[in-house]
Design a protein around this ligand. Structure first.
Ligand SMILES: Cc1cc2nc3c(=O)[nH]c(=O)nc-3n(C[C@H](O)[C@H](O)[C@H](O)COP(=O)(O)OP(=O)(O)OC[C@H]3O[C@@H](n4cnc5c(N)ncnc54)[C@H](O)[C@@H]3O)c2cc1C
Length: 525
């Protein structure tokens, strides 16, 4: 396979070889807006020695084979937390207190099941680890009450298990990262069509366990909508779900495990819908006089059943500063709002959809901006996390958060979350927003913030984020459209689902995982 497993930098996003200082042009802009405050790199700190007893380690080796239970600092460091900005700030400050005691690498469903049995017997907390791109604390297990924490690293489970060209489904092992899965499927002329910004590192199991949503969700669907079947290892046994394209056989139990973030079982195989590889990809820009006008146009498309494969709309601030080259769409002062519309598929189908969408958007007052903004977006669609690192190096805190609501509530949600962030981040701060995922009934809002780091950037960000989360819940929106709950969103998640919802989740957890070894402290309020 062409994509060998490149380990992400322990304190940055992505391929260590792609780490770079802030480009000169951006540095000038940052200097002007915030002032640059270069942060010195902190020397790598030794980890606290692992606490797992020799007998438990031997049992783990019995489950997965000697050589697949690793306790060295370098491996433990790479399996510590995820890649949110707070995760990076802690790692950069040398705080790796959440490091697992051991990293265990099973190769099959049976080995995963055997690890769970050992965990129950020896009271070890188990954290399933896919790509390690979690942004809400889902890879940080509670230590209290356990004899150690094990990272269940799915890196050896990377097979394409089956392809059904007639039904257009594929069954994949959970450890396949986005590019690895797409490469295997491309050899069959197929694609999943799931491309979140974290795609280069996130895994099939992680997509399912967090109910991820990709940049082409308007065309292909969010990941949970693509899943038709799951195999799950739980402490009380195996469950295989998904025997038909649809059924009326009671509640859909797949939904229990989609989004369960490693707390109810380990996903060991995922069957997804697949599509033929698109022959054509066209990405273009549209300009709107305001965010509200662009949002209304997207709603019209969604409700007319005319959504492109990709559709996203930046607000005025994001259009001017981040996504667009303002000159390319009419000048910085009058940049308006940039929408990206992308079409993928067979040439005739793409042309027909593009023509129909163009007619609607033109009729609604949109101005075509050609393919240049679309190509620019497409070329840079996985680069932003590298820029975040360069900005953190320069003392600028950058983080994202997201939510979703019904169309009739979008204005209020946008205004309230933006106001909460702006009030807490102080001056100078940038709060940018785009609509990133769209439905007939509503959409998600994705916010990016940039602010000069103060004396305690972690605490400052946590206060701003809490205010934004309060605003989401008070506005009647969801605490997360696709980043999941993890540990960070738990209090607001409990408010969102209410006491009966919390009771239900706890009841399921208690029966499926009676010893509570699966990712304790995550998701379940
Ligand atoms: C820069 C950046 C950009 C991002 N962009 C997007 C985006 O566009 N869309 C989006 O939806 N998300 C995005 N995310 C969030 C993150 O990438 C997703 O949540 C992703 O689905 C996580 O996949 P992973 O393989 O990295 O999972 P991990 O980080 O390894 O794990 C996430 C959670 O799932 C559990 N888990 C992992 N594998 C399994 C398994 N096989 N069985 C059971 N539980 C498991 C873990 O225990 C953990 O709780 C982004 C994150 C970053 C850092």
């Amino acid at each position: 396979m062409r994509h060998e497993q490149i380990e992400m930098h322990p304190t940055r996003w992505g391929d260590p070889a792609r780490a770079q200082a802030l480009p000169a042009e951006a540095r000038g802009l940052v200097e002007m807006v915030f002032g640059v405050d270069d942060r010195p790199a902190v020397a790598e700190q030794p980890l606290t020695p692992p606490v797992i007893e020799a007998a438990a380690l031997a049992a783990l080796e019995g489950a997965v084979g000697a050589g697949h239970v690793l306790t060295d600092d370098a491996t433990r460091r790479l399996r510590t937390r995820g890649k949110s900005t707070p995760d990076l700030l802690r790692a950069r400050a040398g705080d790796l207190t959440d490091a697992p005691d051991a990293v265990v690498r099973p190769a099959t469903h049976e080995e995963v099941a055997a690890v769970l049995a050992v965990a129950v017997e020896h009271r070890l907390a188990v954290v399933p680890f896919g790509g390690g791109t979690a942004v809400t604390g889902g890879l940080v297990a509670q230590r209290e009450g356990f004899a150690g924490v094990v990272s269940l690293d799915l890196v050896r489970m990377k097979r394409l298990l089956a392809v059904d060209h007639v039904s257009m489904t594929a069954t994949l092992e959970p450890g396949l990262r986005g590019p690895e899965a797409e490469e295997l499927l491309a050899a069959e002329g197929l694609t999943i069509g799931h491309f979140p910004q974290s795609w280069e590192y996130a895994s099939i199991g992680g997509f399912a366990a967090t109910r991820s949503s990709g940049q082409s969700s308007a065309g292909y669907g969010r990941f949970d909508a693509l899943v038709v079947g799951l195999t799950v290892a739980t402490p009380i046994g195996r469950i295989d779900l998904g025997t038909a394209p649809a059924n009326a056989a009671g509640p859909d139990l797949r939904q229990l495990f989609l989004g369960s973030e490693g707390t109810l079982g380990v996903l060991t195989a995922v069957t997804v819908r697949v599509r033929r590889l698109p022959e054509v990809k066209v990405y273009e820009g549209w300009r709107w006089p305001s965010f509200a006008a662009g949002a209304s146009a997207i709603r019209t498309l969604a409700q007319a059943g005319l959504l492109p494969t990709v559709v996203r709309l930046s607000d005025e601030a994001e259009t001017a500063i981040n996504l667009a080259d303002p000159g390319a769409i009419g000048g910085a002062a009058d940049a308006g709002c940039l929408m990206i519309a992308g079409y993928e598929g067979e040439p005739a189908a793409v042309a027909a959809k593009q023509a129909a969408v163009t007619a609607v958007l033109t009729g609604l007052g949109g101005t075509p901006a050609g393919t240049a903004p679309g190509e620019k977006w497409s070329a840079g669609r996985f680069d932003a996390p590298y820029l975040r690192d360069s900005l953190l190096d320069a003392g600028i805190l950058v983080e994202t958060l997201e939510t979703a609501t019904f169309w009739s509530n979008v204005d209020r949600l946008y205004t309230d979350v933006k106001a909460a962030l702006t009030a807490h981040l102080g001056e100078p701060a940038l709060v940018l927003c785009h609509i990133s995922h769209v439905y007939e009934t509503g959409c998600s809002l994705y916010f990016t913030v940039a602010a000069k780091e103060g004396a305690d950037p972690l605490a400052e960000w946590q206060a701003a984020k809490a205010a934004a989360c309060d605003a989401m819940i008070h506005a009647g929106a969801t605490i997360t459209h696709h980043h999941a709950v993890g540990r960070d969103h738990k209090p607001w998640f409990a408010e969102e689902i209410g006491p009966v919802g919390v009771f239900l989740l706890r009841a399921v957890k208690a029966d499926l995982d009676p010893s509570g070894v699966l990712n304790p402290g995550v998701l379940i309020p």
